[in-house]
Design a protein around this ligand. Structure first.
Ligand code: AMP
Ligand code: MG
Length: 310
């Protein structure tokens, strides 16, 4: 039996026992459990220390399976056909009789769903009798993991198994779009807004102030390396880690490049890896060069702002 198949079988073994398994996706690694089992999903929240009022994304391998749980609409079907599998999450109405645990949705009548692109995870989902609830595999508010090693750093041996699917190719969470009423973007991410606009042939608004899902007073902090971050800086102090997106003539050991050519896609892919690296080197603060606010730059700036929130 090849290694991948053996590892998929091992994942199934634990998931069927209502345990959590970390799974690879093209966006970031997820901490997965049976979305139909409240007992299993509670373990995700406990391990991540995730507030119960923050609902999780449910992962599917096929439309047939999704139909059992959600009301599909026209906009969804158009986007699905063009952009899935891929880094886009849809908020849809739950179907009557859906078996999705109320812990996953925080008792809402809607659910966030996604079709991940990673081949191992697709195969795993295809072999399971249930979809997987899987928020990012990090302790709540901390940096999302983009490799098996990152997941290990977050949870040590507290989780039963990590399915190793190599480094995440996108490296940033999915873009979330609500299709419950008029389409609106709830979170910027790995699927560029321009692509979604093109497919739907209209400009979809980004609901920057979508507060319904977070409780009042909940910290804005997210994706945090645990040290202060300052944006739009031109020169660092010698003891600050400096994040750049374009090569400078003179480089110093405290310079960390997301890209050397202002390639924003590459920068997005490197963001979490670099934040983790800086943290490990024990820097006490981070400053970041100005990053253009379009394409992937929009999502990068969003993450950096949240990572620097007080
Ligand atoms: P994570 O998987 O940790 O990247 O987080 C999942 C994101 O999906 C969170 O920001 C949730 O607030 C969002 N989400 C999940 N379910 C829903 C829903 N029914 N409506 C709106 N947002 C949702
Ligand atoms: Mg997360």
């Amino acid at each position: 039996m090849n290694n991948n198949l053996a590892n998929i079988k091992k994942s199934i073994f634990y998931l069927n026992k209502s345990e959590c398994v970390a799974i690879p996706t093209e966006t970031v690694y997820g901490l997965a459990a049976n979305a139909y089992s409240s007992k299993a999903v509670r373990k995700i929240y406990a391990l991540k220390k995730r507030p119960r009022n923050n609902p999780s994304i449910v992962h599917y391998s096929s439309l047939n399976r999704l139909e059992k749980d959600c009301e599909l609409n026209k906009n969804f079907l158009i986007l699905y056909k063009k952009l899935c599998p891929g880094p886009i999450t849809f908020v849809l109405k739950l179907k009557k009789g859906s078996r999705i645990s109320r812990i996953v949705t925080n008792n809402k009548t809607t659910v966030a769903v996604r079709f991940p692109k990673n081949k191992l995870t697709q195969k795993l989902l295809g072999l399971l009798k249930y979809p997987l609830a899987a928020p990012s595999a990090n302790i709540s508010t901390k940096i999302s993991p983009v490799s098996k090693e990152d997941v290990k750093e977050e949870f040590g041996n507290k989780i039963k198994f990590i399915l190793d699917g190599g480094r995440s190719t996108i490296g940033l969470e999915s873009t979330i779009i609500s299709l419950v009423d008029k389409p609106k973007i709830l979170r910027l991410g790995g699927m560029q807004r321009s692509k979604i606009n093109k497919v739907l042939n209209k400009i979809i608004k980004y609901d920057r102030n979508n507060k319904k899902i977070t409780a009042p007073g909940q910290s804005k902090l997210h994706y945090s390396p645990g040290i202060p971050i300052k944006l739009n800086t031109t020169e660092p102090k010698h003891d600050e880690a400096f994040i750049l997106i374009k090569k400078r003539k003179k480089s110093c050991k405290n310079y960390f490049y997301l890209s050397k050519t202002k390639n924003l896609k590459q920068a997005a892919k490197n963001l979490y890896r670099i934040l983790r690296k800086i943290k490990k080197k024990n820097y006490k603060s981070i400053v970041v060069e100005k990053i253009p606010n379009f394409g992937f730059g929009e999502a990068i700036n969003d993450r950096l702002k949240k990572a620097s929130a007080k």
